[in-house]
Every structure is written in C-alpha cells, then in structure tokens.
Design a protein around this ligand. Structure first.
Ligand SMILES: [Zn+2]
Length: 413
C-alpha cells in the first residue's frame, strides 16, 4: 500500500526504512548530550488520497492510505482515534468565542493522544518482525505503548520517571508491560532506554527518535479537518512537551494541503508551562534553536522535559504555520482543569487542561482573535492524575444517612 521515504528535517537527506529506522545518521553524529534529538526524520508518502474517505477517517482501511503501513491488518486490533470534536456551547459563551471546538482525545483507549503514535509504531514493529518495543516516557506515551502492544500481543518495556503519577504506572503494569521506574528525570530515562534498545535490539518508540511517533499523531489533524472540512479551523491549540504532538498535527494538515483537500493550514499555538517552556520561549524570542532547561518542573507532568527532543522540527512546523507559543503558570493550569470540566464535561489531566489556560493567554496577548475558528486539543484524561485536580476541589464530609441530613443541603431561606 502506502510507499514512503524518510526525509531528514535538518539536511534534507532521504532515507529508506530498510536501512534507517530512527534518525538521519549524518545529523545524529552531531548529537549533543542533553540537547534536542538531531536528524529527526519526516515521513513522506509517495501518494496521498485525493478525496476524503467514504467511511470514518480512523477506520483501518482509511488509515492504510494515509499512514506508512503495508496493510491495514498490521494496525493493532484496538480502535484508536475517532474521538469527538464538539462545539462546547457553554465554553463558547463563557469565553465569547462563538467558533470554538474541543477535540476530546481523552477518549482514546489508554486515555491520551499518545495512542495515535503507538498505534503506528506497533504496526511498524509487526512489519519489521520485532516482538519487543521499548520506550521512555513522562507517562502517557509509555502507557499508550503498553496498551497497544498488549492488544497486538507484543512485549513492551517502558522506562518512566518514578515520580510519574501512580495511576499511569498502575495502568502500564496492568497492561502487562515490563515497567522500569527510573529514579531520575524523563531526560535520564530517555537515555537509558536508548542504551537498552542498542544492547538488546528492541524496537524503540522514543518520541521523535522514532519517526512514526510524529507521523502517527497526524491522525488528530486528519480527523479535525475531516469534521470541519467545509471551513477548516484558523488555530489549533496544542499542549506541548517534546514537540511531537504539535509536529504531528502540523504534518496532518500539510499532507491534507498537499493532497488538495484543504486550501490552507491552521496556525498552531504551542502551550507550555512556565517551568518547562523551552519551545515556547524560542518561539517568543525568535531564536533558531531552544535553550535546554535542566531541572524543568510543572504540575503538568506530561509536559516536563528539560530538552524537548523534537524541538528542531517543532520550531520549523509552528513557524511555517504562522503560529506562536505561550507560557502558562501551574496555577492557571490547575484552574483550567475545573473550568474545562464545568463548562464542557471534559475532565482533563493538567497537561491537557493547559490548552485552555494557553488559549486564555493567547487571546489576552492578541495572538488569537475571539471570532476565529479555534480547536482545543485535549490530550489526556484527568483520571490519570486525580491528585492534581484534587488541589482545586474540596470533598465534603460525609453526612449521616438520615432525612435530617438533607436540611444542610438546602440553600438558606
Ligand atoms: Zn540529516
């Protein structure tokens, strides 16, 4: 089915998957310790469909035309994507934004956008005949890999900071992954997983290092565009850590434009926490590359990374879209969890609620106009980190199960 090459986002060299699986060898030779990944490869499909699929975009038969897989049968037997894009009327009214949509990616099988990347990576592992896939992750990518590998009957080995929210660790272990909590940062877990991959020959799903992680996430953009193709969005708001989701969304819109199915691409708005904002800061200051932020920290654990691995490609893509970056405080992120939940019914983890916090900043700064067509990409469920959400709510004390207890529930007359 889909034929493709792998093109280096730095030097433009083209590679074949039969000889290069991860990064451009020439650019990878320039890799600096603690820096963004060099030589990230972009998938270039030879032929793109010239029309929208007749069925859903997330159906394996449709995906096999849009993703670099040899057969739809290689995709794991677990539905991914097809998540709702809805108008959120109460949030529209509250913000005075009449053309705002929520793309609720919390409804993916493991509860996050990362399932889109893992779906494709697992399919490629099947094609390559690999039975073990290894990944480092702040939490969601490893959970997604554990989930999709389980569905396909492959083995997952996941390196995760021991400080990841317990729900994520429990989720990975429940899927049967070999869980390796690392007493260190995500950046350190990343390096350890690369060593494991080299030593044991395991297929590596590390974000950006494996080119199919960016490519897999483009399905979010394909679905948004398919739903709104009569009038595509002006802006898509993307919570950002390593910069892979935003690059994947950019790739999806770029492919649709190349296929002639959309006339223009939306601007991409990168949202990062103040405590972990290397990509957003580079976008704001106009610098060509990021300045790593060792010791990065935020309540939005999924976005915490000292050296965003996909910074080089992400900066290119966001700038090409005419987009921008904003920084949000942890307080604003925690506030946004409740605000999003109350106004839309979507319960998001801190990283995902950051999309709403970032939109508020962007409107304030004049980066987004209230009349524009805007999509908030909500990337992970709040059930992954209830401790964070609990910081903004109070659970009432129990009442005795007697009728007189009801009197305290009535408003004072
Ligand atoms: Zn290169």
């Amino acid at each position: 089915m889909a034929r493709f090459t792998l093109t280096c986002c730095e030097c433009g060299a083209r590679h074949d998957e039969r000889t290069v699986r991860y990064v451009c060898p020439a650019c990878a030779a320039l890799q600096e310790p603690g820096g963004p990944t060099r030589g990230v490869l972009r998938v270039e499909l030879s032929d793109l469909p010239s029309r929208w699929p007749e069925g859903p975009m997330h159906a394996p038969e449709a995906l096999a035309h849009w993703l670099p897989v040899a057969s739809p049968e290689h995709l794991p037997p677990l539905p991914v994507g097809g998540t709702p894009l809805f108008a959120a009327p109460r949030l529209r009214t509250e913000l005075g934004m009449p053309h705002l949509w929520v793309k609720d990616d919390t409804r993916n099988p493991s509860g996050s956008t990362k399932d889109r990347a893992s779906q494709l990576v697992v399919a490629k592992a099947v094609e390559y005949g690999c039975d073990t896939i290894v990944a480092a992750s702040t939490g969601n990518a490893a959970t997604a890999l554990s989930c999709l590998a389980a569905a396909a009957g492959l083995r997952a080995v996941v390196f995760v900071p021991a400080s990841a929210p317990p729900a994520k660790l429990v989720q990975m272990a429940s899927y049967g992954a070999r869980l390796v909590p690392v007493d260190g940062s995500y950046d350190q877990a990343f390096e350890l997983s690369l060593l494991a991959s080299a030593r044991f020959g395991w297929y590596n799903r590390n974000t950006a290092y494996n080119p199919f992680t960016v490519e897999g996430k483009k399905t979010a953009a394909l679905e948004i565009a398919a739903a709104l193709h009569a009038a595509p969005p002006d802006v898509v708001v993307v919570p950002t850590g390593d910069g892979v989701i935003v690059s994947g969304v950019a790739k999806g819109f770029a492919d649709l434009e190349r296929a002639g199915l959309i006339a223009r691409r939306p601007r991409l708005l990168v949202v990062q926490p103040e405590g972990s904002g290397a990509i957003a800061r580079a976008l704001r200051s106009g610098t060509a590359s990021i300045t790593p932020e060792p010791g990065a920290a935020s309540v939005a654990d999924s976005l915490v990374v000292g050296a965003p691995r996909n910074a080089i490609l992400a900066l290119q893509e966001v700038r090409a879209s005419g987009g921008a970056g904003v920084l949000v405080s942890d307080d604003a992120i925690l506030d946004a969890i409740g605000r999003l939940a109350r106004a839309t019914g979507v319960f998001a983890e801190p990283a995902a609620a950051a999309a709403l916090a970032g939109l508020l900043v962007a409107v304030e700064d004049g980066l987004v106009e209230r009349h524009e067509r805007v999509v908030l990409l909500v990337t992970g469920t709040g059930l992954k980190d209830v401790a964070a959400a609990a910081r903004r709510v109070s659970i009432p004390l129990p009442v005795p199960p007697v009728p007189s207890s009801l009197s305290s529930l009535l408003p004072p007359s």
